[in-house]
Design a protein around this ligand. Structure first.
Ligand code: LFR
Length: 460
């Protein structure tokens, strides 16, 4: 058995996990967990990047000796380095309003043909359009996405890990490299973008320990951590976001796919993560923060007793994207009073999320021409039995829930393979998960006609 450290940064906390891995075994333990609280300063919402880096260092110290280190985080956000390698300002949070109303000169359909990405206002491409005129941009020599920035601080090596680079909107989905022509056409400097590296490549050394590229986009690692056999499955990586889709060999770049806002993000081993961002548990997390409720199991227990599908909202509506007054926005959309019972609003969120899951699972199958037999839910949402059951009911398909720690497991498995502990393709990595992880099966039930009627209510 060898030991590996997975640094996994999420929107609300960061962790360093240690995995002890053998050819058919993986044991996981948490070395350190630390908060990730964004800071609003001078009207801009920032990540507290040095606090995160301190958490990483502390976590690696607590993890003890390991054979390698891999880093993943959320996507799209970046820091600029100047010519001396110093960070130019704090990375801006993707939920900041600086991209509101920002557009690009290149038509959307051509962008889709090049990068294959869904249009999300916070994609790096739009953030760069907002940043292009700033003194920081003028002084910048390098752009590093968050995991690459942390890896740079650990090792001194510059680079852009492929799965995460694919979320910028500036990587060509076919060549899997930066599209210099698009970058120039947008009036950006191609020299800002460091060489692309693949999951499994060695980045450098920190304190004598190799740092290895993994699927550094957390969702890419989570998809590695889906314990599926075969290919007839959909996945939902469910946490702050629900990333809902399929694993494909080739991108789907049709006009119908673009209009349905499906993305073709780069996956580990050259796969395509064909998915859509669904609002996920973010509205519930925000509402709980506003209600000052921390006992989620009590709240879910009460929500389970509420009448089903009474109030539903379209969670794909970008109105729910930014932080602040989530309860008010949800209540207005649901036709509920602002002081509605938290259980009633929670039920509304979960019914609506299950509907949004179903819509994305359906559309992904249609657009990619691939039918599925089951839906895997991984990540924190796999713990939410009510959501898993509602998703099974809405989709009319079995839901296989778990592992909760898919992202860390995906990160660790790619490192273990790079170290020669496990051999083979994604299927071999997933076989280890099926052997070792607890997976809970939810059979579809409920009233299919009621779900269809509710879906109609939100689609107008
Ligand atoms: C999930 C995630 C999503 C990405 C969003 C913003 O943590 O990485 O895949 O769209 O965060 O980066």
């Amino acid at each position: 058995m060898k030991a590996f450290a997975a640094v996994d940064l999420g929107a609300s906390s960061g962790r360093v996990m240690v995995g002890r891995v053998g050819p058919a075994r993986i044991e996981l333990s948490e070395a350190h967990r630390f908060g990730n609280e964004p800071v609003r300063a001078g009207g801009t919402l920032y990540w507290d990047i040095l606090r995160l880096y301190r958490g990483v260092l502390e976590g690696l110290r607590k993890a003890g000796p390991v054979d390698s280190i891999g880093i993943d985080s959320w996507a799209v956000d970046y820091g600029f380095l100047d010519a001396s390698g110093a960070l130019l300002g704090n990375p801006v949070h993707y939920r900041d309003g600086r991209t509101d109303g920002v557009s690009v000169t290149v038509p959307e359909d051509r962008l889709y043909q090049i990068a294959g990405l869904q249009k999300l206002p916070f994609n790096t491409i739009y953030q760069l359009m907002a940043a292009r005129e700033t003194p920081q941009y003028a002084a910048a020599q390098h752009l590093l996405l968050i995991p690459d920035l942390l890896a740079y601080w650990l090792t001194g090596e510059l680079g852009a890990e492929y799965t995460n680079a694919s979320t910028t909107g500036l990587v060509d989905v076919r060549t899997r490299n930066w599209s210099s022509s698009l970058i120039s056409e947008l009036g950006l400097r191609p020299s800002l973008f460091p060489e692309v590296r693949s999951p499994g490549a060695k980045i450098g050394v920190f304190d004598g320990t190799p740092v290895v590229a993994v699927g550094s986009h957390d969702t890419a690692s989570a998809v590695v951590g889906v314990p599926a056999a075969g290919e007839r499955f959909a996945y939902i990586s469910c946490g702050t976001w629900s990333l809902v889709g399929l694993e494909l060999d080739q991108p789907v770049l049709s006009e119908a796919s673009r209009k349905a806002n499906f993305t073709n993000e780069g996956g580990v081993d050259g796969t395509i993560r064909y998915l859509r961002n669904v609002m996920g548990l973010w509205p519930l997390q925000e509402a709980m923060r506003e209600w000052e409720i921390s006992d989620i199991s009590g709240l879910l227990g009460r929500a389970a007793r509420e009448s089903p599908l009474k109030h539903v909202v379209d969670l794909d509506d970008p109105v729910f994207l930014p932080p602040g007054d989530m309860v008010g926005r949800l209540a207005t959309a649901a036709g509920l009073s602002r002081d509605a019972e938290p259980a009633a609003l929670t039920r509304c969120i979960l019914d609506s999320l299950a509907l949004a899951h179903h819509r994305a699972v359906e559309q992904a199958q249609e657009l990619a021409g691939r039918a599925v037999d089951a839906v895997h839910i991984v990540g924190g949402g796999a713990r939410n039995a009510l959501l898993c059951q509602l998703t099974a009911d809405a989709c009319g398909l079995p839901v296989l829930a778990g592992p909760v720690e898919a992202t860390a497991l995906g990160n660790l498995l790619v490192q273990a393979r790079a170290a020669g502990v496990i051999d083979g393709e994604l299927a071999a990595l997933r076989a280890v998960l099926r052997e070792t992880q607890q997976i809970v099966r939810y059979e579809p039930g409920g009233d299919p006609a009621a779900w269809r009627a509710a879906a109609k209510r939100i689609s107008g």
